[in-house]
Design a protein around this ligand. Structure first.
Ligand code: FAD
Length: 468
């Protein structure tokens, strides 16, 4: 029997062919014309060669793929939107379970619910829910997959009013490591339901999510206001004060960045350090100008592009700034409060940005995010007022390790023990996973892992290792 030449398992080609023949979707193999496209993910830092990419067309394909990976002892990478920063959704010498053909959604406008297959991106989902003036908290970018995003927590523009994405998940269908198909909700498998809301992809492959939706109407006051880098001290301290007074309907962030060559910024600042404050108001349309005003007068305004935008449009507005294929690394730190020493760290880091692509985001949490009981979901860092995300990028591998080291130094300076957010962690590092959960939450996650995945089939993720 012939074998593929890669991989410790040297799995037989006939075995793969038999597996592929039973899929309703398609299997992409080394040598296929689309292999290079299908093995790539958003983060260009990860160049891996799976033995097969199973493009699943439905639940039966997902069960078949999970069973195949388990029975063959193949490493299994689960891919929703393919935006994993540490590259978990591709793998050398293993199998990629790709959900991107599974993007159906069904909106129930009466009950304000949507059921969405797990291959949807936020762009897919927003388009459907916005048809009815409804939405659920999604990412700051529309190309992110709902699956990895929601199972990790889900920080987005509606969160201070409506909670994280995982707080709005009311049910999920999933395939467990032993190939069972189960529904998790408050009434069925409540332990799994708890773990899926922040515990990442550790417990199975979600095939569809049920979300609670919210009325956001046809437009939200949203946009960016830009200030000079020289005023960073004043802007950051003013931002902190404005956040303390902000209503829940307003979610904001600061981006310490470099001015992109966009028409709404004067050419004189293109390519130079600049501060962008972004925000989204999802409350009474008549009250948005007053609510956003403190954030739009933090210093000398270079440009203010706040406007009434369709929610789905605002969700897509930043997409061009984060193109696919660059080398990317994220490193995060939650801040219980943005005290002066923390702001000083951010100011120092801004003054030493290693290149024009690297950014520091300071996002305001609180509101509805902070009101969920700590033990209600696996995402349990509810008492943190801010999160810092250092987004380090280079066009190619050249210089990438330097910006990674720089990012690690920034978050270390914020406190070596600062908690991290699994969705903003560019490493696969057990210590950082532990730092993403309070000890009691972590203990519950390990117990859940022992029950649902004792052999750690689902280990390409921010891994909760079983203890059995
Ligand atoms: C440009 C960019 C912007 C981002 N913005 C935000 C943001 O605003 N807020 C935020 O909170 N996060 C944000 N993130 C982080 C994002 O939430 C995570 O990278 C997330 O894992 C992406 O989900 P995905 O489905 O696209 O990823 P994938 O790479 O497909 O999957 C990542 C991991 O999620 C798990 N997973 C995927 N699909 C499933 C499934 N069906 N069932 C179970 N587990 C699954 C697996 O463990 C997988 O390894 C952003 C990331 C990028 C790259």
């Amino acid at each position: 029997m012939t074998t593929t030449q890669t991989g410790p398992s040297r799995i037989g080609e006939r075995t793969i062919a038999e597996f592929a023949a039973g899929l309703r979707g398609t299997a992409v193999l080394p040598g296929d014309a689309e292999y290079d496209r299908e093995r790539s993910i958003w983060n260009g830092a990860h160049d891996r060669r799976p033995v097969v990419i199973a493009r699943c067309a439905g639940v039966a394909d997902v069960i078949r793929t999970v069973d195949f990976a388990r029975s063959q002892g193949l490493p299994l990478a689960v891919r929703g939107g393919g935006h994993s920063i540490p590259g978990f959704s591709t793998v050398d010498d293993g199998i990629v379970l790709d959900l991107s053909l599974m993007r159906e959604t069904q909106v129930d406008p009466e009950r304000r619910r949507v059921t969405a297959q797990a291959g949807c991106t936020w762009k897919d989902l927003d388009a459907q829910t916005q048809q009815f003036g409804l939405a659920v908290t999604g990412g700051l970018m529309s190309s992110t997959g709902i699956a990895g995003f929601t199972t990790g927590g889900g920080i987005g523009w509606l969160m201070r009013k409506h909670g994280l994405a995982c707080d709005n998940m009311v049910g999920a269908d999933l395939v467990t490591a032993d190939g069972r198909f189960v529904h998790a909700s408050a009434d069925e498998h409540p332990d799994l339901f708890w773990g899926l809301r922040g515990g990442g992809g550790n417990f199975g492959v979600v095939t569809s999510f049920d979300y609670q939706l919210h009325e956001v109407g046809s437009a939200v006051l949203s946009g960016l206001v830009f200030y000079p880098a020289q005023e960073a001290d004043r802007v950051l301290r003013g931002y902190r004060a404005a956040c303390a007074q902000a209503p829940d309907e307003l979610t904001t962030l600061v981006n310490l960045t470099t001015a992109p060559p966009v028409p709404f910024l004067p050419e004189s600042v293109h390519g130079t350090p600049i501060i962008a404050v972004g925000g989204c108001w999802c409350g009474d349309p008549g009250a948005g100008e007053a609510a956003t005003a403190p954030f739009r007068s933090l210093g000398t305004v270079i440009s203010d592009v706040f406007a009434d935008n369709p929610y789905a449009g605002w969700q897509q507005a930043l997409d061009p700034l984060y193109p696919r294929g660059l080398h990317n690394y994220f490193r995060s730190a939650f801040l219980r409060t943005a005290d002066d020493p923390a702001l000083d760290v951010l100011l120092d880091a801004f003054a030493t940005l290693p290149n024009a692509m690297t950014e520091i985001h300071l996002q305001h949490l609180g509101g509805a995010v902070g009101r969920v009981p700590v033990d209600a979901t696996a995402f349990a860092l509810r008492d943190q007022e801010f999160i810092v995300n250092v987004v380090a990028r280079t066009p190619t591998a050249a210089g990438f390790s330097d910006v990674v080291e720089w990012s690690r130094a920034v978050t270390s300076a914020l406190g070596p023990d600062a908690a991290t957010y699994v969705n903003f962690t560019g490493d696969a590092d057990a210590a950082l996973v532990r730092a993403s959960y309070p000890p009691e939450t972590y203990r519950r996650l390990v117990a859940l892992k022992n029950e649902y995945d004792p052999t750690n089939l689902f280990r390409l993720n921010q891994n909760i290792a079983p203890s059995v």
